[in-house]
Design a protein around this ligand. Structure first.
Ligand SMILES: *Cc1c(COP(=O)(O)O)cnc(C)c1O
Length: 296
């Protein structure tokens, strides 16, 4: 079976009296609609990687992640869809949660490993799959040049021009891909990254690793809300208001932080009147399941 999905990712305009007051327009590219589980940037990151596995005749995907990893779940669902066996090596002790339930449901075998040995992924791969010629290594979070290439394709789908394009960053691979896509397509848009980690400034090196040409872009490192997968009542209340007024699900780990940053920067008059801002919805809505107890 060919490794491809028909991409359905419309751009929709968001409405809010704040945007009218400030004279800006805000749009969202619905990469979350690409697939219910292999959603958003995780599909774009996996596409060429899975094609490479197929070219090499590999039939068993082996990847890595934390117990709430969107990448693990997307890989599990993609393996099921495209006929691969699949193993997820999970950081930390044996636990049960909604994400891992979904991974198992898609046929992923799980191996739990302590945090020390998790540090050396190649060693773990050799330990469990060293003599398995079918096995194909995919790094944690799917970071690779092929992943960045998959993400850059998002830009060619845009039929309109925007002054600013925003995206949430974990490893920075998606951001790098989009920046490459902006350059390849000769768009005027200024890219703005919202790292979801504390001390997100380090992400510049990660993004720059996968850039095809040097580029200028902005980094908004203060919207981490305490760190990766951390949240505050202010963020959950923003998310609840956003979902209930748009019908678009966002999550506290990634897209909620990016959209909060956009609203805040608009309030602070950081955009000229007439700006057209595009937010990339990178998917990951199942991540909400790990954060239910943070709401209400
Ligand atoms: C994984 C993920 C990201 C981060 O992507 P990177 O390429 O690692 O920066 C952003 N948004 C969502 C919803 C994700 O699941």
């Amino acid at each position: 079976m060919d490794i491809r999905l028909d991409i359905y990712s419309p751009v929709q305009e968001l409405s809010d009296s704040l945007f009218e007051d400030k004279g800006v327009r805000v749009f969202i590219k619905r990469d979350d609609m690409i697939h219910p589980v292999i959603s958003g940037n995780k599909w774009r990151k996996l596409k060429y990687v899975l094609q490479q596995a197929r070219i090499e005749g590999k039939t068993h995907l082996v990847t890595f992640g934390g117990a709430f990893s969107n990448h693990l779940l997307a890989t599990a669902a993609a393996a099921a869809k495209f006929g691969f066996k699949c193993t997820g090596i999970v950081r930390g002790e044996d636990v049960q949660n909604d994400t891992l339930f979904m991974c198992r449901l898609h046929g992923m075998q799980l191996i739990f490993t302590d945090r020390d040995s998790y540090g050396d992924k190649q060693a773990l791969f050799s330990k469990y799959f060293g003599d398995n010629a079918e096995a194909f290594f995919i790094d944690e979070g799917g970071a690779s040049a092929l992943a960045a290439k998959g993400c850059s394709e998002l830009v060619a789908e845009l039929t309109d021009n925007y002054t600013d394009i925003f995206c949430a960053c974990g490893t920075g691979t998606t951001a790098a891909g989009i920046i490459n896509g902006i350059a390849e397509n000769g768009l005027p848009a200024h890219f703005q990254a919202v790292p979801v980690f504390k001390n997100g400034g380090f992400i510049r090196d990660e993004i720059d690793r996968y850039l095809l040409l040097p580029a200028t872009y902005s980094l908004h490192a203060k919207y981490h809300f305490g760190g990766y997968a951390k949240t505050t009542p202010e963020l959950t209340s923003f998310i609840q208001t956003f979902i209930s007024s748009t019908g678009i699900i966002i999550d506290p780990v990634y897209t909620g932080k990016m959209l909060y940053a956009i609203y805040q920067l608009i309030k602070e008059d950081r955009f000229a009147a007439g700006s057209k801002i595009l937010a990339i919805h990178t998917g990951g809505i199942w991540g909400l399941l790990g954060m239910k107890d943070k709401f209400y």
